[in-house]
Design a protein around this ligand. Structure first.
Ligand code: MD3
Ligand code: FE
Length: 220
């Protein structure tokens, strides 16, 4: 008998063949991470066992409909005082779980395929959307290095991504994002307004009635 070895998924080929330019600086790689989805979801479950998903309060006092957790050196948090990156999970006062090697691999290879070599994220925000959850249009500008791209990975239920421009009043394009889709946002796209429309019902086999989104960031 051959000894059964745990496959090293950091060697798995990601599939960057189906590429769609969403605009200057933004590239969608359709289903690029689909083959890695079971492994990614098992890493998410391990992270959430240490740093559970929670609904942050935003400065106005309302609770976000999206549940969040983080891994990496820095985690994005929000409370009545505002938004920021923190080295500690406020729920446990402990550091966030480390970025799994598979996450780093996926983020680096995706950024490289989009023309951003040497991307080394220090933070991964993990968003969990239940049916009806949404994210209003916003800019991501809490990161120190706005030259680094953001890599996003969608898992589970499909969503409609709202893709605006550099000003809040700019019209929003509706872009479907499905299971395994990877998007790299950099350069001129980095400060564009964006959001997620309220999630429509569904129950895909791997995630049940949820959508997960990983965003890899260089926070500091
Ligand atoms: C474009 N998340 O966590 S990912 C967020 O699907 C966020 O959960 C959405 O917006 C989600 O901040 C969208 C796609 C995304 C993420 C960050 C961006 C697009 C971006 C930053 C700049 C420009
Ligand atoms: Fe965002």
């Amino acid at each position: 008998m051959e000894p059964s070895a745990t496959p090293d998924l950091t060697d798995s080929p990601l599939d960057f063949r189906e590429r769609l330019a969403l605009g200057p600086g933004a590239v969608l790689f359709c289903r690029a991470a689909a083959a890695l989805a079971p492994a990614l979801l098992s890493e998410i479950a391990k992270i959430a066992a240490r740093a559970p998903f929670r609904h942050f309060t935003i400065p106005g006092g309302r609770e976000m409909s999206v549940a969040m957790t983080s891994c990496g050196t820095w985690g994005w948090i929000s409370d009545a005082r505002g938004y920021r990156y923190s080295p500690l999970d406020p729920a446990s006062s402990q550091p966030w779980p480390p970025l799994p090697p598979l996450f780093l691999h996926l983020a680096r290879k995706s950024a490289e395929a989009a023309g951003f070599p040497e991307f080394l994220p220090d933070s991964c925000l993990i968003n969990r959307y239940a049916i009806g959850a949404r994210m209003g249009p916003h800019q991501d500008r809490d990161e120190h290095d706005l030259d680094a791209p953001i890599v996003s990975v969608s898992l589970g239920l499909a969503a409609v991504f709202l893709w605006g421009g550099g000003a809040r009043r700019d019209p929003l394009r509706r872009i479907p994002l499905g299971h395994g889709d990877v998007v790299v946002w950099g350069g001129p796209a980095r400060l564009h307004f964006h959001g997620i429309a309220p999630l429509k019902a569904g129950e895909p086999p791997l995630t049940g009635p949820f959508r997960y989104n990983l965003t890899f960031r260089r926070a500091r």
